[in-house]
Design a protein around this ligand. Structure first.
Ligand code: GLU
Length: 296
């Protein structure tokens, strides 16, 4: 068990300028280049060596979030989180065929890591103290912020979380946005589902007045149906995304951070973003630095 400490992602701007393009949609990319000599590079007994020797890795991700993790007709999830997972796998010498993507909804990310059902989670996963008590985090690799999605035309005039008072506000069990509403904006009438698509659909058919979660997730839903939804566009939290791994794998955490730093350096991080979320979110971010460190 590690000492809880909040990751300070100080200057990492939660305020992303979200410019929605007319046409979007995810697609896979071939950014990740598999390191054929990976096996020889890792110390015997290390987690990296185990994974490299197995030639397989199981990754928890979202299956219903456009831009970051969306399983479409191809049967394989696509998005920025998926590309980040592929970059890490490639450094372990594991190609796409060796990656098994498992759906992790918000509430089962910690349990899946604790039960070792997955080797890592890349799933719009905010680093925070509570989670850090039971899992470890590499990264952050991205910084989002909580925002609000409303019906087109914003019929209830929602300008920020204060305006959610008395409004049916949908979010997801086990997520940080849900707990922010519960603790800071209890006047909102919180409705919980297990994934954000259900919230989006509830907003679409008028069962709820608003959906709240990270701006980049909501942007994906606006991109899919710009005639139905709009984003309030004023993020009010910082959501630094980390890569969750089981506790006690510090060398693996360091390896992931090194892989991310290299990807920033050689352009793969930008390519991973631009081929996925960047089709809608026009500002390509830089990898937040410094990494929070794996010794916490
Ligand atoms: N980033 C937030 C979280 O980890 C919201 C997104 C999500 O639920 O995946 O809880």
């Amino acid at each position: 068990m590690r000492t809880p400490r909040l990751a300070s992602v100080a200057a990492a701007a939660a305020v992303l300028s979200l410019l929605l393009s007319a046409c979007g949609g995810d697609s896979g990319s071939d950014v990740a280049k598999v390191d054929e000599n990976a096996k020889e590079q890792f110390a015997p007994g290390s987690r990296m060596k185990e994974l490299a020797d197995a030639g397989k890795i199981t990754v928890g991700t979202k299956f219903d979030q456009p831009l970051f993790g969306l399983k479409g007709l191809s049967g394989q999830p696509e998005g920025f989180d998926v590309e980040i997972a592929k970059l890490i796998a490639a450094k372990l010498g594991i190609d796409e065929k060796g990656i098994t993507f498992v759906e992790t909804v918000s509430a089962n990310r910690e349990p899946f890591l604790e039960q070792k059902k997955v080797d890592m989670v890349v799933a719009t996963y905010t680093i925070n103290d509570k989670r850090d008590m039971v899992v470890d985090f590499a990264g952050p690799y991205f910084s989002a912020g909580q925002d609000i999605l409303v019906a087109k035309g914003n019929p209830k005039g929602v300008k920020g979380p204060e305006d959610l008072t008395g409004l049916k506000t949908c979010s997801v069990s086990g997520s940080t946005p849900a707990s922010t509403i519960q603790t800071k904006y209890p006047q909102a009438e919180l409705v919980l589902f297990d994934n954000y698509t259900k919230c989006r659909d509830a907003l679409g058919n008028g069962q709820v007045d608003a959906v709240t979660t990270d701006n980049v997730i909501l942007s994906g839903y606006v991109d899919q149906a710009p005639d139905k939804f709009e984003l309030v566009g004023k993020p009010f939290t910082e959501e630094p995304y980390g890569i969750g791994i089981p506790e006690g794998q510090e060398a693996f955490c360091d390896f992931i951070n090194k892989t991310l730093a290299e990807a920033q350096e050689n352009g793969d991080y930008a390519k991973a973003f631009e081929s996925t979320a960047g089709k809608v979110i026009k500002n390509t971010p830089k990898l937040p630095t410094p990494p929070r460190g794996c010794d916490k």
